[in-house]
Design a protein around this ligand. Structure first.
Ligand SMILES: *[C@@H]1O[C@H](CO)[C@@H](O)[C@H](O)[C@H]1NC(C)=O
Ligand SMILES: *[C@@H]1O[C@H](CO)[C@@H](O)[C@H](O)[C@H]1NC(C)=O
Ligand SMILES: CC(=O)N[C@H]1CO[C@H](CO)[C@@H](O)[C@@H]1O
Length: 510
């Protein structure tokens, strides 16, 4: 299994990078890409870049804006009193990817001008309360290249975008601060080059990098990639940074004011490498690009989700790493440590990049509710024990039954465990919880035997496991609560037993 995983990761990266080091046989032929034709397109004198503007949420063709042709602004319905959001796609390997063609045919495997573009256009355009001009930078002929060549092209495409924005500023008095560039993968770095090519002291309003590309950008200096200097506000969502042979598809390092790492950023729920083998059996190697896209493109769908479910914003929490986050140690929102992922992010500018973590569901709406549970155990026995527990949560809105609790290590003497628990539903305010020792009846028998033996040497005291206090912190509401056993006369917890905990006010603690 480990081996399979390795092979698939290296295939994935070979195809993404198309470098000779990966062995051409693997990456190119199965996709039916005609490399000869790709080479022919290389020395483009005039970059073929098109700027399209979309009239409404169902406009799929777009209307071409031509710099120095002011009449096209009116033709395309540009309204200078609204902000301008420009979408910039990433690297592509597909001949089929042409704007205007119907992109719904998903058997077209690797074109990166795909359905998500229309989804994001639609989501932006359907926000009636915040009307925006929505455009697309179509640089497909420069992106449909070997990866390394497409990388080289990002700078010139960025300069062309800057030229468009400067023209809008000169001819329409359209301020650059009203511009928001949203770049996916290589498009994120195109956005960065656009921002840094504007010149002058003022910057464009905002750049959002959706899983900015990693290969050939990771570890480079800020002026060779997207960086916080490129706009007044820069945010990034990292979704596929799993590393293999020193490379990851999405860039790992923070490159924005706020860098979000959903589910740790390396891979995403619902995207499975192992399923890849089923797909390959069914669809041949074409399936691989779909798998890359799953985690890489998740960044886009999280962003779209923020537009479509503005009442279910995902909160990211500042944390130094996923390990600490998984222990629930980072749910503190003081001093601007939290922010909303996506379109409605709070736009303050920290001096240093902030790395924010969050858990998401596998599909939209992606939001979960984060809780830290700190559980204090007292084990009166000599030996550490490793029970399995479940917890039932009763809130003012919902009840969630039997959440499995994994402590990771045995319970010895007096110990407090901290863990992160996420809920798909909003349960309202937590009012009561039940804690159950889930071990089997066999375990219960062993336990009773141990108890009986102990009874013989010291008298009336039973040795056992006591669950003393549970402290809860809700990340989304920032509420802190303390729970104590409902029945203080019967504190010991035995296998298969369930204990009820109610809110209590422990002034001495926390
Ligand atoms: C631009 O938008 C404003 C405000 O929404 C509206 O009043 C105005 O009519 C629009 N202009 C054009 C040319 O559509
Ligand atoms: C999708 O494209 C393939 C290959 O071009 C074609 O054979 C197929 O009929 C198309 N399917 C639909 C639903 O258009
Ligand atoms: C090993 C240890 O610290 N045991 C203590 C755990 O807490 C109980 C009750 O607070 C004490 O009685 C034990 O001495």
């Amino acid at each position: 299994m480990g081996n399979h995983l390795q092979i698939s990761v290296s295939l994935v990266l070979c195809i993404f990078i198309q470098s000779s080091a990966c062995g051409q046989g693997v990456g190119t032929e199965p996709f039916g890409r005609n490399l000869g034709a790709t080479e022919e397109r290389k020395p483009l004198q005039k970059p073929e870049i098109r700027f399209l503007l979309f009239k409404d949420e169902s406009d799929r063709l777009g209307c071409q804006l031509r710099p120095q042709h002011p009449e096209t602004l009116q033709e395309c319905g540009f309204n200078s009193s609204h902000p301008l959001v420009m979408i910039i796609h990433g690297w592509s390997g597909s001949e089929s990817a042409t704007v205007g063609k119907d992109s719904d045919n998903d058997s077209q495997v690797d074109g990166l001008l795909e359905t998500w573009i229309w989804k994001i256009v639609g989501a932006l355009k359907s926000r009636q309360s915040q009307p925006v001009n929505v455009g697309l930078v179509d640089w497909i002929s420069l992106a449909y290249q070997h990866y390394a060549i497409a990388v080289r092209n990002t700078r010139v495409v960025g300069q062309e975008v800057a030229a468009l924005l400067l023209w809008l500023e000169e001819s329409m008095k359209f301020s650059r601060s009203k511009v928001h560039l949203i770049g996916y993968s290589l498009g994120a770095h195109v956005s960065g080059f656009a921002g840094s090519s504007m010149g002058g002291k003022r910057k464009i309003g905002r750049i959002t990098g959706l899983d900015p590309a990693g290969p050939m950008f990771e570890g480079t200096s800020p002026n060779e990639r997207l960086s916080p200097d490129d706009a007044n506000f820069v945010d990034a969502i990292h979704t596929f940074t799993r590393e293999h042979m020193g490379l990851s598809v999405g860039i790992k390092q923070p490159i924005a004011h706020y860098d979000f790492y959903p589910n740790g950023g390396s891979f995403q729920p619902g995207c499975h490498f192992l399923e890849l083998y089923k797909h390959i059996a069914e669809h041949g190697l074409n399936a691989i690009t779909q798998t890359i896209k799953c985690a890489h493109e998740r960044s886009v769908h999280l962003f779209i989700d923020s537009l479509q479910h503005s009442n279910l914003q995902n909160t990211g929490f500042q944390c130094s790493n996923m390990d600490s986050f998984s222990q629930g140690l980072c749910l503190n929102c003081k001093k601007g440590r939290c922010n909303s992922l996506g379109y409605d992010i709070r736009r303050d500018r920290p001096r240093k990049s902030k790395t924010l973590f969050l858990i998401t569901r596998a599909q939209s709406p992606f939001k979960v509710y984060h809780y830290q549970f700190k559980i204090q155990f007292i084990n009166q026995m000599e030996k550490p024990i490793e029970p399995t527990f479940t917890m039932t949560l009763l809130g003012t809105k919902e009840e969630i039954k039997k959440i499995p609790i994994t402590l990771g290590e045995g319970i010895t003497s007096n110990k407090t465990y901290s863990l992160l628990i996420t809920l798909d539903k909003d349960i309202g305010e937590l009012i009561m919880l039940k804690f159950k020792w889930e071990n089997s009846a066999v375990w219960a028998n062993v336990w009773n035997t141990v108890q009986t033996i102990m009874l013989w040497d010291t008298e009336p005291h039973y040795a056992g496991l006591i669950l003393k206090t549970i402290w809860v912190k809700a990340g989304e509401t920032q509420q802190r609560m303390t729970f104590c056993p409902d029945n203080v006369d019967d504190l010991q917890l035995h296998p298969t037993q369930e204990k009820v905990f109610v809110k209590c006010d422990l002034k001495s603690k926390d």
